[in-house]
Design a protein around this ligand. Sequence first.
Ligand SMILES: Nc1nc2c(ncn2[C@@H]2O[C@H](COP(=O)(O)OP(=O)(O)OP(=O)(O)O)[C@@H](O)[C@H]2O)c(=O)[nH]1
Ligand SMILES: [Mg+2]
Length: 301
Amino acid sequence: MYKSGFVTIVGRPNVGKSTLMNNMIGEKISIMSDKPQTTRNKIRTVLTDDEAQIVFLDTPGIHKAKNQLGEFMNVEVDTALEGMDVVIMITDEFNKIGPGDEFIIEKIKSTNAKKILILNKIDKFEKEDTYRMAQEFQKYNVFDDIMPISALNNQGVDSLIKLIKKHLNEGPKYFEDDYITDRPEKFVVAEIIREKTLMYLQDEVPHGIAVEVDEMKYRKGKEGKELMDIRANILCEKKSHKSIVIGKAGRKLKGIGKAAREDIESLLGCQVNLQLWVKISQDWRDNNYLLQTLGYNKHDK
Ligand SMILES: Nc1nc2c(ncn2[C@@H]2O[C@H](COP(=O)(O)OP(=O)(O)OP(=O)(O)O)[C@@H](O)[C@H]2O)c(=O)[nH]1
Ligand SMILES: [Mg+2]
């Protein structure tokens, strides 16, 4: 019997949702960073094998929205919960269940989906704490399964996939075998650049960063090899942020560009010529027009 179904991954910011999804599908599609609120849109990926086809949705971390971008991100999560077969809630809380996790439990409680709680980052915590937290979460009577893993070290990830399959029903292959994501190349490229920018930035700057890819064009390079020209803008909210992104003698921007180019080259499988510009776009996180331009206003089902 071939199985298929839809699985949404939710949780507070920074708990490891994107890391887990990437490791389950074995590809880096969703960007990851040590800064909260890295993921801004829901991102669909597909895992296909001989037994099942699992369609995953990675979602933005659920948080108190402080601007229109934040509100968009939270609605992304709500729409990602509709009609799911399995909801995976991730937490990295090994101390005490806080209001953030309680809010999410309330949110998913009423869905008909099977619910799996993942205690992530067990590499950082004591076994006793894992056991104690599993019991604490059990008390809510919401979860069908509770499972400790380390998404980063790929520990428990295969068992989680088995568990998801157990919860899925018989179903068709919705997508071709080699289909991996619904996100266009341009989106993934912009996200890779944003990831590298996040890597180099601290404090409040990362949250005000957006990336728009202006142009992606193939041409024949030396010896007839395929080469991709990419021109992209890193948008930031203030003049002072712009100089932070560029760095002394342009060193930070150079580092961002090099790291991004390497990742994009391995994504596209060809040489890349990446041109990055830093622009100021004041208060874009609260500007309807700019949000729309950057793709943060439409909630695709
Ligand atoms: N030690 C440890 N760190 C982890 C593990 N899984 C993820 N991380 C780290 O946690 C941070 C956040 O990971 P992400 O995958 O970006 O988290 P997220 O939940 O998608 O975050 P948002 O998109 O901001 O909501 C990164 O620095 C990861 O390397 C784990 O199992 N162990
Ligand atoms: Mg994420």
